[in-house]
Design a protein around this ligand. Structure first.
Ligand code: NDP
Length: 397
């Protein structure tokens, strides 16, 4: 690649996607420069990354953690400037010097920084699906208004993106002759568990995903199939299709990362080893291709590829997500907020695994979800949903 290196802000640098993004960047030192690295509160992990990458800025959401990082880096004589808080996250996402923003904060905490990058017209590599699930139409309108490039990092959406050569995010997939989007799901660690077994599973079991190495929240989402529900919503927005055009297919090996069925009967799929470095590298370099460092797929070693329908009785979160998308307004923001509260409670052993969809369903039933025209109003709905979900946790104990 000719020209000067791309300047990059990495939101959520210390997480699973963040560290894997840095692993890909390390293979291409001439191509990318890190402008800013950000995290929530893990300042020691961010400090180690700053020592390696020497970014212009390091940002922590947590002010106390930022103070510790600043003292630490000053003692080392580092040139990295340390900032704190949500406004600073938005600032480094929207800075003029930045070409590309990797949006990899977990949860609705990523809404404002990711939107700041979109509004500034950046090339946005979207891992933080919750930002799109929460703000939906507002998010896509901001993409259109600013001319930002939106590139999906989620492996399923990245696969669909690669199978839709005539369609970029924001354009209607139907216009390209698409009959169906087929989202694959691993089924998670409890795919074969009975309802009785699901009642006793622990957080340790839930975060041990059979194929992917991910952060704790998405690992639990994967176990409940809420992750697939959030992805269904994400796909509706990215490819401008209704939920009825999206089928979920359970594929336990996670080798085939999603498919597109066309009107003529052709089905295109993208395959690879289950390694997020592949979609990260694809999104970073698109439309060029770069080495990701991911293990290569060896067809001669594949024992087989299996497919089955998802079981929405044992895993009702997928149905709840589809219904929230169909309901419209801010129902998907309510769904997401309730799920974040429930998953945190499960990880904290304050809620059992089957309680997660119960809290989500009851919150959806109780919280008004009007259509909103600005982010503050959406975040007020998010806050109301969190209060209702939290009250239900208290009522269950
Ligand atoms: P992790 O939990 O591993 O990392 C989350 C990152 O967000 C960390 O850097 C964390 O900082 C930061 N963070 C947490 N809270 C805040 C906050 N309030 N303000 C600012 N930053 C915060 O998550 P993952 O990397 O697994 O997932 C990130 C996103 O990517 C999620 O939306 C997930 O759904 C999506 N995704 C992840 C995949 C994966 O394989 N992991 C695959 C596809 C999508 P700190 O370390 O300080 O807490």
């Amino acid at each position: 690649m000719a020209g000067s290196p791309q300047q990059l802000t990495l939101l959520g640098a210390t997480g699973s996607i963040g560290t894997q993004t840095l692993a890909v960047l390390a293979l291409h030192p001439a191509r990318y420069r890190v402008y800013a690295l950000t995290a929530g509160s893990q300042w020691q992990a961010l400090a180690a990354q700053c020592e390696t990458w020497q970014p212009r800025y390091a940002v922590l959401a947590d002010a106390q953690a930022a103070l510790s990082l600043r003292n630490h880096l000053q003692a080392l004589g580092s040139q990295t400037e340390v900032l704190a808080g949500e406004a600073a996250l938005a600032q480094v996402a929207a800075a003029d010097e930045v070409d590309t923003v990797v949006a990899a904060i977990v949860g609705a905490a990523g809404v404002r920084p990711t939107l700041a990058a979109v509004r500034a017209g950046k090339r946005v590599l979207l891992a933080n699906k919750e930002a799109l699930v929460v703000t939906g139409q507002l998010f896509m309108d901001a993409v259109t208004a600013s001319g930002a490039s939106l590139l999906p990092v989620d492996s399923e959406h990245n696969a669909i993106f690669q199978c839709l050569p005539a369609c970029t995010p924001g354009q209607n997939a139907r216009l390209a002759g698409v009959r169906k989007l087929l989202l694959t799901a691993s089924g998670g660690p409890f795919r074969t568990f009975t309802a009785e077994q699901l009642a006793t599973v622990t957080p340790e079991q839930a975060v041990r995903h059979p194929n992917w190495n991910m952060g704790p929240k998405i690992s639990v989402d994967s176990a409940t199939l809420m992750n697939k529900g959030l992805e269904l919503i994400e796909a509706c927005w990215l490819f401008s299709v209704p939920p009825s055009l999206i089928d979920v297919v359970v594929h336990p090996q996670s080798v085939l990362h999603s498919m597109v069925e066309y009107d003529d009967g052709s089905v295109l799929a993208q395959l690879g080893t289950p390694d997020m470095k592949t979609p990260i590298a694809c999104a970073l370099s698109w439309p060029e291709r770069i080495d990701s460092g991911a293990r290569r797929l060896d067809f001669t070693r594949l024992a087989g590829l299996d497919f089955e329908a998802p079981d929405e009785t044992r895993f009702p979160c997928l149905r709840l997500a589809r219904e929230a998308m169909q309901a419209g307004g801010t129902a998907t923001a309510v769904l997401n907020a309730a799920n974040e509260v429930a998953v945190a409670a499960f990880l904290d052993r304050r809620l059992d695994f089957p309680g997660i969809p119960v809290v989500v369903a009851e919150t959806l039933a109780r919280v008004a979800a009007p259509a909103c025209t600005d982010v503050d109003a959406v975040m007020a709905v998010d806050a109301a949903a969190r209060r209702v979900a939290t009250a239900q946790l208290a009522a269950r104990t």
